[in-house]
Every structure is written in structure tokens, then in C-alpha cells.
Design a protein around this ligand. Structure first.
Ligand SMILES: [Fe+2]
Length: 400
């Protein structure tokens, strides 16, 4: 890539880093403790919600996580309508179905209880409810919505996406298999409720994949250029929690303390990347996920060490700082420290039986993957090194 284009990208990213703190951020109110979902009825009462749109999955309903609060709502005279047909990787048709039900039941508040797909889908349902004349595809990009959503409570049942505290929603266009983010501070939930009791039934492979997604959020946010002190401190807080709790949660799902800490890790990872962005792991991963239908966390786990190795010296210093924060000796060289952090990620993958390669990946798709990844990342993501098709192909060669 020509130096002048890279220079333009860096100027754009620098200007964005100055502009981002000026956006109309709102502080998502955090409630974090086992059993904290019980606070929902009181929040709704305080916010004046008369009819609640409950977005969730059939599995969450079946496990009875919502029984207590739904009974209480009935007693309080708050109506609710349950929407449980959200698919993984939320599609435009799922959003349209949801917004039609939201409107037909005259809802004025949203409770999203589920993984990133449920929370992301609900965000865009809320956006469509307040912007009825704007299509989902018109919301693609940054700052397209600019209108307050209905009262929004996010309750994650996986510890990974951080969607409960980010301004982003990732949507899949089912016709083109294109995954794209919608970014707007309006999409920040009003409340995030982290309740470890709701994640204890998550199977080990999903604990692993979602946990590695959170690790990717924190790592990419930390190593990005122009990442603020605040974002870096959220990233380190998250990585420290992941390092102490991910394997515990993976090995014993009923370990409520580890589950609660992983939810907090995911939350702080979200706080880190919502202002500092992610990078090529996500850009390439979204492209692969869109084309092959692979779970997001799995693509993150596989791609993270490969992309970090490819950055080489460009990310060495930041990675060495992370390694020290996780307990490595500061007396080691920067190179050694950064290698140790990458090796740590690989060890996590091995310990949680995450493969090193994507066997379904086909060389014939390299061009399309690179095209989509570069379109997502450049110039928006302030990655340690700006890549072109060549570097994306080299990473894919390591993954195939
Ligand atoms: Fe992610």
C-alpha cells in the first residue's frame, strides 16, 4: 500500500481519536452480582415502562431464568411480550420480525436476555422502533441513528461479546452473507445486569469461545494506536480477570465466582474496545464468519495468535506491557515478553481444545475475505500496522 494512503488513514484515525470522546456517551448503569436479574422489575417501574419487549432465546426460557421476574411483572401490572425467535448472528429479517411485534404490542422498553446475538438484535429492533423510516442497511457505519432508544436493559448469558456496554451491533445480511457493524452511542444500553447464575449452564466449548472473544476485544483495544489510558486500563482489568478465571469457568461451569468474574471481564473488554476499536482479528473474523457461518468466538480464538505474530515488532511493546500485567517478569526483553503473551493465548486455545486451523477455509475465498476485512478495518481501526491484501493472505495461509 502506498505510503500516502497509509498516512491518510493515520490522520483519519488520529482525528477520530480526538472526536470519539466528544460523542454523546452515556454511562451504562452496571449491576453485577449473582441473582442481580431480580432488579429488573424495579428498574422498569422507575423508568415508567408499561409494556416490556422481552428478547431472548427458547433455551433461556426453558431454563426458567426469567420465571421469577415475569411473575413479578404481572403482579406489578407491567405487561410484557416475549420474542424468542432470534437466530445466532442476527439477520435483517429477524430484526424486522422483532420490530413488527414491538410495535404491534405497543412496547416502550426492551429487556434483552441472551448472548451477543440477542443483545445486538434487540439494539437494532430498538433503533428501528424509533427510526421507522430508516432501513437496517442504512444504519450501517457510524452515527446514523442519532435518536434515543427506548429504555434498554441488557442481561448477557455468555461472557464474551461485551455488547451490554458497547455502541455496536453486528448484523448479518442473510441475502449477501455480509456481516457488518452498526455503531452509534444511542445503542449503548441503559442498564447492564451481570448475573453469574445465568451463565453456569453454558457448555465448556461456548465458555471457551466467548472467553477468547473477550480476550481478543481487550488485546486489540490495548495494542491499537491512539488507545487512551482509560481504554488500556479497562483492557488490563479485563485481561487480568480472564487470566484468573477463564480456565476455572471452563473446567467447572458451576463455579459462580469464576462465572461472575468472566462476565465482568467481558464487560470491561467491551468498555475498552467501544472507544479504542478492535482490529484485523475482528475484521478477518467477521469476513470468515459471514462466508462460512463460523461462530464468532471460535474465529477470534484461532485468528488472535496468528494476527499478533504477523504484527511482529509493530505490536511488541504493547504486548510486552500486557505480559507484565499478567505476571511476567519486567526484566525480560520486550520481544520475549510479547512472545510469552502470544504463547499464553495459544496455551489457552490448546487447554480448551480450540483448533489451530480453519479446515473449511478455501483459497478461492481469500480475495473476498481480504476485500471484506479491509473494507471493515481501513481506515477506521487504528491497528498497529496498516495492512493490504498481501498481509491478509499471509495470515490466511497460517490459518488454512
Ligand atoms: Fe468480538
Amino acid at each position: 500500500m502506498k505510503k500516502i494512503i497509509k498516512g491518510f488513514y493515520r490522520v483519519y484515525q488520529f482525528i477520530m481519536s480526538l472526536a470519539v470522546p466528544l460523542l454523546p456517551w452515556k454511562d451504562t448503569k452496571l449491576l453485577s452480582s449473582p441473582g442481580s436479574i431480580a432488579n429488573v422489575p424495579n428498574i422498569l417501574k422507575k423508568e415508567g415502562v408499561h409494556t416490556l419487549f422481552v428478547a431472548t432465546t427458547k433455551g433461556t426460557l426453558k431454563r426458567g431464568y426469567l420465571n421469577g421476574i415475569l411473575d413479578e411483572l404481572q403482579g406489578m401490572g407491567i405487561h410484557y411480550h416475549i420474542f424468542s425467535s432470534i437466530t445466532p448472528d442476527p439477520t435483517i429479517s429477524s430484526i424486522e420480525e422483532g420490530v413488527a411485534e414491538y410495535n404491534s404490542h405497543n412496547c416502550n422498553g426492551i429487556l434483552a436476555v441472551g448472548g451477543g446475538s440477542v443483545i445486538d438484535c434487540s439494539k437494532v429492533i430498538g433503533a428501528r422502533a424509533v427510526k421507522p423510516n430508516m432501513s437496517v442497511s442504512d444504519m450501517k457505519g457510524i452515527l446514523k441513528i442519532r435518536k434515543k432508544l427506548p429504555t434498554f436493559i441488557a442481561v448477557p448469558t455468555t461472557a464474551g461479546t461485551g455488547s451490554e456496554c458497547t455502541l455496536a451491533a453486528v448484523i448479518t445480511d442473510e441475502k449477501t452473507h455480509y456481516k457488518y457493524p452498526i455503531n452509534d452511542p444511542c445503542l449503548l444500553p441503559d442498564y447492564a445486569i451481570l448475573d453469574g447464575e445465568l451463565t453456569k449452564d453454558l457448555p465448556p466449548h461456548l465458555t471457551a469461545q466467548t472467553g477468547m472473544d473477550a480476550m481478543t476485544h481487550s488485546t486489540e483495544a490495548y495494542i491499537n494506536k491512539f488507545s487512551s489510558k482509560e481504554s488500556k486500563s479497562f483492557a488490563i482489568k479485563s485481561l487480568t480477570l480472564i487470566h484468573s478465571n477463564l480456565l476455572k469457568a471452563y473446567n467447572n461451569g458451576q463455579d459462580i465466582e469464576a462465572r461472575q468474574n468472566m462476565l465482568e471481564a467481558s464487560f470491561y473488554a467491551g468498555k475498552a474496545f467501544t472507544k479504542a476499536y478492535v482490529g484485523y482479528v475482528h475484521a478477518i473474523g467477521h469476513a470468515i464468519g459471514g462466508i462460512y457461518g463460523m461462530p464468532h468466538g471460535l474465529t477470534m480464538a484461532i485468528l488472535l495468535p496468528k494476527v499478533l505474530r504477523k504484527y511482529d515488532t509493530k505490536a511488541e511493546k504493547s504486548l510486552s506491557e500486557i505480559a507484565i500485567a499478567l505476571g511476567e517478569s519486567p526484566s525480560l526483553s520486550t520481544k520475549e515478553l510479547s512472545q510469552r503473551f502470544i504463547a499464553l493465548i495459544e496455551n489457552y486455545n490448546r487447554a480448551m481444545v480450540i483448533p489451530e486451523n480453519i479446515t473449511s477455509l478455501s483459497k478461492s475465498d481469500y480475495g473476498e475475505i481480504a476485500r471484506r476485512a479491509l473494507k471493515e478495518a481501513n481506515p477506521l481501526y487504528p491497528v498497529p500496522e496498516i495492512w493490504s491484501e498481501k498481509e491478509i493472505f499471509e495470515v490466511l495461509d497460517e490459518v488454512i
